[in-house]
Design a protein around this ligand. Structure first.
Ligand SMILES: Nc1nc2c(c(=O)[nH]1)N=C([C@H](O)[C@H](O)COP(=O)(O)OP(=O)(O)OP(=O)(O)O)CN2
Ligand SMILES: [Zn+2]
Length: 125
């Protein structure tokens, strides 16, 4: 029997942002903050000896680095996050996680307090 196996690790961060491309006077143009929760998923065949796709502690080390770059910042000041929607932040995280970890297939970024989330996958994957 063959199986598709995926592992997922979460991290959280709090940050301020505004959405500068909204019309003049729109409330989203004003600086405000959110708590974000991010799930990063990896798939692949588990190593036959170790029995895992990747060591969660290695995944955690990479994600802690990303969390440190984002936590308690104004997201708009970070290169690539000048218009920090969930879609843009999630894609930014996907690209950086995939550079540092093999097998990244999905990133979902949640704003739990308001029931919003956005999922990023590579097209065609
Ligand atoms: N597709 C998207 N739509 C919106 C995004 C986004 O990233 N992608 N972002 C926003 C704003 O960040 C907005 O601040 C989100 O909050 P909103 O949904 O408006 O809810 P509240 O402002 O009511 O949140 P509270 O924290 O409860 O005040 C909008 N749309
Ligand atoms: Zn917002």
């Amino acid at each position: 029997m063959a199986y598709d196996i995926e592992i997922t690790k979460e991290f959280r961060f709090d940050a301020a942002h505004c959405l500068p491309n909204m019309p003049d006077g729109h409330m989203y143009r004003r600086l405000h903050g959110h708590s974000f929760r991010v799930e990063v998923s990896l798939d692949g065949a588990p190593d036959p000896k170790l029995g895992w796709i990747a060591d969660f502690s290695e995944v955690d080390r990479v994600l802690a680095g990303l969390a440190a770059e984002l936590d308690h910042t104004t997201l708009n000041e970070i290169p690539g996050l000048e218009n920090p929607t969930l879609e843009v932040i999630g894609t930014w995280i996907f690209e950086r996680a995939a550079e540092r970890l093999s097998g990244v297939v999905r990133v979902t970024i949640h704003r739990d307090s308001i029931g919003e989330r956005c999922t990023i996958r590579r097209r065609g994957a």
